[in-house]
Ligand binder design. Sequence first.
Ligand SMILES: Cc1ncc(C[n+]2csc(CCOP(=O)(O)OP(=O)(O)O)c2C)c(N)n1
Ligand SMILES: [Mg+2]
Length: 721
Amino acid sequence: MNNRENTEALGLEVLETREWLDSLDYVLEHYGPERAGRLLQQLELHTARSGYRIPFSATTPYQNTIPAEKQPPFPGSQEVERHIKSLVRWNALAMVMRANKVEDGIGGHISTYASAATLYEVGFNHCFHARTADGDRDLIYFQGHASPGIYARAFLEGRISRDQLENFRRESKGGLSSYPHPWLMPHFWEFPTVSMGLGPIQAIYQARFNRYLENRGLKESTQGRIWAFLGDGETDEPETLGAIALAAREKLDNLIFVVNCNLQRLDGPVRGNGKIIQELEADFRGTGWNVIKVIWGGDWDPLIAKDRDGLLVKRMGEVTDGQFQKYFVSSGAYFRQHFFGTDPRLLKMVEHLSDEQLAKMRLGGHDPIKVYAAYKAAMEHRGSPTVILAKTIKGYGLGESGEGRNITHQQKKINDEELMRFRSRFGIPIPDEQLHDAPFYCPPPDSPAITYLQEKRKALGGYLPDRKVRAPKLSPIKEELFEEFYKGTGGRKASTTMVIVSMIAKMVRDHDFGKLIVPIVPDEARTFGMEALFRQIGIYSNVGQLYEPVDMGTLLYYKEAKDGQILEEGITESGSMSSFIAAGTSYANHGINAIPFFIFYSMFGLQRVGDLVWAAGDQRTHGFLVGGTAGRTTLAGEGLQHQDGNSQLLAYPVPNLLAYDPAFAYELAIIIQDGIRRMYVEQEDIFYYITVMNEPWEQPEMPQGVRDGILKGMYRYRKSG
Ligand SMILES: Cc1ncc(C[n+]2csc(CCOP(=O)(O)OP(=O)(O)O)c2C)c(N)n1
Ligand SMILES: [Mg+2]
């Protein structure tokens, strides 16, 4: 084809495409989206029948999921909220800068919050419930590196003092911990999120545990939601995406992920040669999540409205993340030339805009109207979890040396000139001569900004984050419950793994606290001889049992039930551990003294999920980790890799994890009984790791006066000689 023919063919194609689009518009307008959807399916089927394959795509075009005309009205004053957000930005920056001036290298991060400010502010003003009408509340997993912004807001709320801000990362002076930490700040932080990937997986299992509590009648069914804020780089961690299928399978519409897609991580771009938003959309859609993309801000709406032939959206879709990052740091002229300059029609679309205007075109994640629209849609969505993929700029507002630059993650300071620009851009009333010190700034309590902020939080039930122990102390448990285990097995051989299983079976029958026991297994119940529990207390399933189990006729059949007590997690020690943490922190988060027993193959425990165990310790989790079939002997048919002789060593470094390796049934009984007392009656923030053996032996009777020795770790069992 010569050039002329080529142009004609192109022209025809444009015409033809328009006709199809007009027809679709007609159907949409007259018969609605469902009819249009059916029609498109019909077309797809028809194409397939003709032997052609429509190229597979798990993604939608690179544009906002919610079009401008479907946006709800903004429920507050944008002007006041912008001012509040600017004040938070300022104080977050000032906190890190001042700390690093006093002591170089004190650390802290400024660019993460700078990119996520709008995502948090819209949540704080309109969405994060500290208490819903029914008495429940939202649980929020804040991105660890965004903590300066969360502190700065709490400062404006009057919850954190100037002194505390001043001593950021100087905890011994009563200052603030660098990252969310429920030990260092026990009345503030609930979830230690900074080991990346652990926040998202825990949020999923937390959302599931909320449903478990509701379905078992331990907690009223309410509207409390779980929000998890995470970085786009964080999605590399296998824990982040590894459990998303479970969230969809369990229809966790109480769960909202917000991924701050600033296209950058620590070293550089996240997917410089690709598009992280599209990649994540495919991952989440593929597993059945509701995906809401928030890519373009309102400045783009008029252009998108004019983009009848989809040229602009096509161009948006073909530019890589690395190139977008380049646009963020370049002039409007560069943007015009390289982004729009590929097609004269695109250039025409923006001819009415100056280079300066072009450079300022806001992204979706920085536009409160777009973010609110996404949050509202997510909160109203039913039947599946929602992920919001919000496009932002890392280090937004930090000026030439920070915004969108590869080094921005490590940046702790900006120079005086940039500080001045930041101050002016965000309208902070600090005079030039004071700027150098970056002083904190909080307007008086009766100022419009603070009054507004307080009213919004009041309407949403109070402040967040807010860690409290909400459960009452448990009454002491009855000694009789454990007495049979003091007597020994009378010559019969039993392993301590078998013993702990019968102990659990006995405890769950207890009238007072049996319902609080949460047995968790990663597909190993039969290994430990726990199958009797299937029938006794049922396996939790959010839909009950939709099939007739093959062993229905037997005594110990595989029973699933909506109010089942066992969490049968499948082969995921990380997921099981996340359930363990959700259950074991329920005394604080829900005011329920759930007592988790996570029983796993000891060889696939501490060394497999060590970081989650550490996080459990940080989170002041209560409960029992039980390393089953431990020891250098092993189950028949299993090999060397199943033989654990080292897991106790891995448990010792966790400061509040008490590790025991009991030999006899009575020792186990004493340890568990005392553990329940210490964790649930005395409310000590400790948890337990107990190894139970594979090898069966005769369990002796408990000698007199050994109780204290057992708990301390050593006692005289019998006199030698
Ligand atoms: C498990 C783990 N590995 C590495 C780090 C160190 N680290 C802290 S932040 C960061 C990059 C974060 O990038 P992203 O998730 O995109 O967050 P952003 O700051 O861009 O919002 C890294 C590698 C960590 N905190 N946890
Ligand atoms: Mg990032």
